[in-house]
Design a protein around this ligand. Structure first.
Ligand code: CSD
Ligand code: FE2
Length: 282
């Protein structure tokens, strides 16, 4: 098959079929994949069944003002993230946590509003706000297609303010297309071995509906965020070859950690908790 002309997929199924054909061949032109993904016009009726959000998004009821000096609260929030997602006890633990939060907050102010179904966060710096949002709730990763073992196609659902940590892509090609809303992508240089300081930012930009970005480890690292406080976002990601772990990086020091990546759902079905050992996204 000649792929010099950009085929325009009419539906998501059509796109998946074209991707299978492209990745069947030994040599894949990344620009062609990017163009084809970009030319698919997002239709929620086609991808809606895969787009499963973290339900905690609407269940929390707390606004926290966190000064950057409140190490106490930061520690609590990070220990909380390991129990929330996907556990049966999640809502209960969340309620216990929320009820005790005002007692343990030394330097922070907690505002609760029982009849308001939204989660509010307000902090003194956007960076702190982003970290708190990422700790309490996560974007979800939903597997759409396994690409005959050549690639993984997945839909990521981003609640308001959700974002990823700075991460790499395990030597794979990564294509990221916007299906709904906007996503902000910030690119970083790989940290220098001897340097223990703040990671160098390369660029940032907002990806809009139907746009498709491309990244691999030789281009650099990135962090992706839903910058909106009122709108959710949905993105379509293709990784080739597939991978299930990557490195995340601490923006302030460049220190890295290995993170296992899991699926919130597969082929439209919520992944059973018994099978999922860890629900850590990066
Ligand atoms: N690479 C991330 C999503 S993004 O932030 O690019 C993931 O697969 O979870
Ligand atoms: Fe990524």
């Amino acid at each position: 098959m000649d792929h010099t002309e950009v085929l325009k997929p009419q539906t998501l199924d059509d796109l998946i079929q074209i991707l299978h054909e492209i990745f069947d061949s030994d040599k894949v032109n990344t620009e062609e994949v990017q163009n084809i993904m970009e030319s698919y016009e997002s239709n929620p009726l086609e991808w809606g069944k895969y787009a499963k959000f973290d339900q905690y998004r609407a269940e929390g009821n707390v606004r926290v003002d966190i000064p950057s000096t409140d190490i106490h609260l930061a520690t609590l929030l990070s220990s909380l993230c390991s129990v929330l997602q996907g556990t049966i006890l999640g809502p209960l633990l969340f309620t216990i946590f929320i009820n005790y939060l005002p007692n343990v907050c030394k330097a922070s102010t907690v505002h609760m509003n029982a009849d308001d179904p939204n989660l509010y966060r307000q902090t003194i710096s956007p960076a702190t706000a982003g970290r708190a949002a990422r700790t309490i709730q996560r974007y979800t990763r939903n597997l759409v297609d396994e690409g005959n073992g050549k690639f993984n196609l997945m839909i990521l659902c981003w609640g308001e303010g959700h974002g990823s940590s700075i991460h790499d892509h395990t030597d794979s090609h990564c294509f990221l297309k916007i299906l709904q809303g906007n996503l902000k992508e910030t690119m970083y240089e790989w940290p220098q071995k001897k340097n223990n300081g703040e990671m160098a930012k390369k660029s940032e930009g907002v990806l809009k509906l139907n746009q498709c970005a491309y990244i691999n480890d030789s281009i650099g690292l990135h962090r992706v965020e839903n910058p909106s406080h009122t709108e959710t976002a949905v993105s379509l990601h293709l990784y080739s070859p597939p991978f299930d772990q990557c490195h995340t990086f601490d923006q302030r020091t460049g220190h890295k950690n290995v993170v296992k990546m899991t699926f919130w759902s597969k082929h439209g079905e919520r992944t059973p908790f018994a099978i999922v050992q860890s629900q850590e996204n990066n």
